[in-house]
Design a protein around this ligand. Structure first.
Ligand SMILES: Cc1ncc(COP(=O)(O)O)c(C=O)c1O
Length: 444
């Protein structure tokens, strides 16, 4: 066995990848894989994009990192200005980290610091949602409702308050999908009142849930209803757009679709498109101004905050997104991707649902389409699906546990923004073939 502790659930060996180009990756044997999920919704520009590589090389040739406690750099200033321009003047500033988990840590700390600055230090608790993922570090894990990923640690992290996700395919008992916003707003208000508004610091949520629900956009009106409750009780709204943001849903901000502004927003993944590790937290003007006037600045130092090569990668990604109109392309091709997935997968009886937005789709597999009964966890359907996808030269993001924590299989389809219609066809067709093969495997 390799000395490397890899990230797969069963520590299995993985094909050695050696090269990438556009939406394709190649392993050592020369086998080609189409990247149907941009890794974990990460590689928005695909692989080995010349413009991004050139920008990172240029930065490295000049200077690897102008340490941001000693210097400002052109790239960190330019990236921040550009991010605020795209995300909205509602935001007063950006703080950089190196991952989504660290972004969550920073958002939580910023919310706590804001309340201290506001003379409300009793506001220390966070409300999150079941079936959510905000990261692997202990603080981020404390607000993550993904049962599988919490299971060995939940007893040791600060206790958060969990409310229902806004999940149209499996709504709360007795609630119709269109009733979710009103139901969720009542539930959030009840949670705040039960624990005491003076104790609640923030409400954190993914505007479009990623891995913990196999992609789930909230029904229309949900984010607005939650915003109203947060406002009523002085609770900060934290939008986790690590997976769904920076164009992935066909808009620069996923929440733009709902016409809602969060107090704090975090992005990562697509921000640097996987070329360098980078995450960012954007604070609304009032939140940042309150913190600055009381404490001078956000209190959260990081060795790598605003690393020059990472910022150069992100700036180049934004350049390409702008120049090639890729966010608009994603919005436009959303219909094509949906239609192709519906067409290729719709005839498969065990495909219970295809849902999503932009280039961020989830396919949920069930044993019975009528009752939505999932496959037993022991069937390991999603692992079998992954193996069949790999065999067919397709990379996809499969997972489980979205029905009840253990059962419930899904595959995330999230192509790079550059994917052509022909490449989308290839992804949909290969997924359909792999799905049929994996279904035959579990029937055996
Ligand atoms: C919504 C969301 N938040 C936070 C994270 C954590 O990001 P990272 O894995 O970069 O630490 C993820 C990772 O998948 C995510 O999807």
């Amino acid at each position: 066995m390799s000395a490397w502790i890899n990230q797969t659930p069963d520590s299995s060996s993985l094909p050695p990848v050696v090269r990438g180009e556009g939406v394709y990756l190649y392993d050592k044997s020369g086998k080609r894989y189409i990247d149907g999920s941009s890794g974990p919704a990460l590689f928005s520009l695909g692989h080995s994009h010349r413009d991004v590589l050139a920008a990172v090389h240029r930065q490295f040739d000049a200077l690897e990192y102008g340490f941001t406690m000693d210097f400002s750099t052109e790239v960190v200033e330019a990236l921040s200005e550009r991010l605020v321009r795209h995300m909205g003047a509602h935001f007063g500033g950006v703080f950089y980290v190196s991952s989504g988990s660290e972004a969550t840590e920073t958002s939580l700390k910023a919310a706590l610091q804001y309340h201290v600055a506001n003379s409300q230090p009793s506001r220390t608790r966070f409300i999150s949602r079941r079936f959510s993922w905000h990261g692997a570090t202990l603080g981020a894990l404390s607000v993550s409702g993904n049962m599988g990923r919490r299971r060995y640690f939940a007893h040791a992290v600060p206790e958060s308050i969990f409310v229902s996700p806004a999940h149209a395919y499996r709504p709360p008992l007795g609630i119709k999908p269109e009733e979710i916003p009103a139901f969720a707003a009542r539930e959030l208000e009840q949670a705040i009142l039960t624990h005491g508004a003076e104790k609640i610091a923030g409400f954190i949520f993914e505007p479009v849930v990623g891995g913990s629900l196999g992609v789930s956009p909230a029904p229309a009106g949900y984010a607005k209803a939650m915003r109203a409750v947060c406002d009523k009780y002085g609770v900060l709204m934290i939008a986790d757009e690590v997976m769904c943001g920076v164009g992935r849903c066909g808009a620069w901000r996923a929440l733009a679709h709902d016409g809602v502004w969060p107090d704090i927003m975090q992005v990562a993944k697509g921000l640097s498109g996987g070329y360098m590790p980078l995450g960012a937290v954007l604070l609304s003007k009032p939140v940042l101004e309150r913190i600055r006037s009381a404490h001078g600045n956000l209190e959260t130092s990081r060795t790598y905050s605003g690393h020059s090569a990472a910022c150069a990668a992100a700036l180049a990604v934004l350049d390409v997104l702008e120049r090639d109109g890729l966010v608009d392309k994603v919005a436009k091709d959303d219909a094509y991707l949906r239609a192709r997935l519906d067409e290729a997968l719709g005839q498969i009886a065990e495909v219970g649902d295809v849902r999503g937005r932009g280039f961020f789709y989830g396919v949920e597999y069930v044993k019975d389409r009528e009752t939505k009964e999932p496959f037993p966890a022991e069937a390991l359907f999603n692992r079998k699906l992954k193996a069949r996808c790999i065999e067919n030269g397709l990379l996809i993001y499969p997972g489980g546990g979205i029905a009840d924590g253990r059962r419930g299989d899904y595959a995330i389809v999230a192509p790079p923004f550059i994917a052509t219609h022909a490449e989308i066809d290839e992804i949909a067709d290969k997924l359909a073939r792999a799905s049929k093969q994996a279904l035959a495997d579990v029937r055996q």
